[in-house]
Design a binder for this molecule. Structure first.
Ligand code: CMX
Length: 432
């Protein structure tokens, strides 16, 4: 952990200089224009945020600190065939590929922080089982804010330039503890409420899998992939942006990310994870194990006729099949022999893009990450789809908390754009 701090300190000094130079030399340089359409259509394509951890290209997809996911799979320290989530976290925090010993150092540090205060366990155990798991997750993460390091620093005479140090402490605690919150929610809502303790020798994925109640190395391997795929998706998506926005008012990472989790719980965003599986299971019930393309078409037509979106398809930025979905298919090909639900996922991929193209509305007719993730979890016996977005939330804590460390590191200010009434927008358009 000490070496992580030292590396970050060096990088932060360099990057603060870059910001200072950018502002000094080009602070007034115009780099973009905004159209009226962008203002009324969810700010699509508007480049207006700084986010260091990842970038998203419409055609090549997500890059974590410049690395595609296949590059991460090839170059980051792994367990079996997938990157350790801890090595992804190191990469997002520092921009460097960790050495195996650095990944191990972070793994051990996070494992040592993985337990929860008893009162938080009691509080989670007292929540009604019927409360949606995402609400429980948001409550659990919010409650971690008690005694957080950032607030302590803020209330002491800590200099603003040093805020990132306490933010890093909190970020590590969030990533270390959120698997246990998730597992308690799962065990209470869907099992007998009993849960094993986190182990000091496991990585984040295996600890999560064991606390959920699995003892299957193949499931832990899938969780490693899952945590990597969902860890970050640049700064403009609803959950990352919410976390950043709330954090910009100097909320600690627990309260910021708790807000981000509520944002993730929308059906057009992270809840699509659960909606896809619900939709696929209904489809499976109707068409059976060996459907034809026509069977799928009929079902999709039914969804569209009801005016609903086809879950797991489309994206606000991507304009190609989501590379994360293609990795899910690759995983199925390499690890899973014959699973009727996953076969249906593949058949959907053959049929749905053409149907969405014909409908002519969606700018991106291709599958996103959610189109395949739930069916993979289902294969290993995790079938309670209301829980799926919680796993998304556990993963995204990695990217959102690393981003918040950099928000503090770069001394980013409170976010405060200006909103317009329709009348003022109409006037501005006339004047332009
Ligand atoms: N099925 C049917 N219609 C769709 C569609 C889909 N999967 N995706 C987009 N459309 C429709 C939109 O509803 C919109 O219709 P209206 O003009 O009638 O409002 C039109 O196509 C244009 O939308 P768009 O510009 O292509 O898409 P947006 O950027 O507005 O929205 C997204 C992107 C992801 C919300 C949308 O594609 C969608 O609702 N997909 C299904 C839900 C889903 O899978 N969400 C997960 C996304 C990944 C994530 O963030 O986690």
């Amino acid at each position: 952990f000490q070496s992580l701090r030292v590396i970050l300190e060096e990088k932060i000094t360099v990057n603060r200089e870059r910001v200072a130079k950018l502002r000094r030399d080009n602070g007034e340089t115009v780099i973009d224009q905004i159209t009226a359409d962008q203002i009324v259509k969810g700010m699509r394509g508007m480049r207006a945020l700084v986010n260091e951890t990842s970038t998203l290209d419409p055609y090549s997809g997500i890059k974590f600190r410049g690395l595609t996911i296949p590059e991460c799979q090839a170059r980051l320290p792994k367990k079996h065939n997938q990157p350790l989530p801890e090595s992804v976290y190191w990469l997002l925090l520092t921009g460097d590929i960790p050495t195996p010993s650095q990944a191990e150092e972070l793994r051990s540090e996070l494992a040592s922080r993985a337990s929860l205060p008893q009162h938080i366990e009691d509080m989670l155990n007292s929540l009604p089982k019927s409360l949606h798991p995402m609400v429980q997750l948001s409550i659990g993460v919010n409650s971690l804010c008690e005694g957080n390091q950032f607030d302590k620093a803020f209330k002491s005479d800590c200099k603003r330039a040093d805020y990132w140090k306490s933010a890093l402490e909190d970020a590590l605690n969030l990533v270390a503890k959120i698997p246990r919150i998730a597992a308690i929610i799962y065990r209470n809502a869907f099992k007998d409420g009993k849960i094993c303790a986190p182990s000091q020798s496991c990585d984040l994925a295996e600890n999560l899998g064991r606390m959920l109640g699995w003892d299957d190395p193949n499931f832990f391997e899938l969780l490693r992939l899952y945590l990597t795929l969902h860890s970050d998706h640049e700064g403009g998506n609803v959950s990352a942006h919410t976390t950043h926005l709330v954090g910009s008012g100097l909320c600690d990472v627990f309260r910021s990310y708790s807000s981000g989790l509520n944002a993730l719980a929308g059906p057009l965003h992270g809840l699509a994870n659960q909606e896809v599986l619900k939709w696929l299971i209904e489809l499976w019930k109707i068409v059976g194990d060996n459907p034809t393309e026509d069977d799928i078409r009929k079902y999709v037509e039914g969804t569209m006729k009801k005016g609903q979106v086809v879950p797991g398809y489309g994206h606000a930025v991507l304009r190609v099949p989501d590379p994360r979905f293609l990795i899910e298919l690759e995983y199925k090909k390499n690890y899973i022999q014959n699973d009727p639900l996953l076969n249906i996922v593949e058949l959907c991929y053959k049929v749905i893009p053409d149907m969405l193209k014909q409908q002519g509305k969606a700018k991106n007719p291709y599958p996103n990450v959610d189109a395949g993730s739930g069916a993979l979890l289902h294969h290993y016996g995790l079938r309670e789809y209301e829980f799926f977005t919680v796993l998304f939330g556990v993963s995204r804590a990695i990217g959102c908390s690393a981003s918040q460390v950099w928000d503090r590191a770069l001394l980013l200010p409170i976010e405060r754009p200006i909103s317009l009434t329709l009348e003022s927008l109409e006037e501005l358009v006339q004047q332009a």
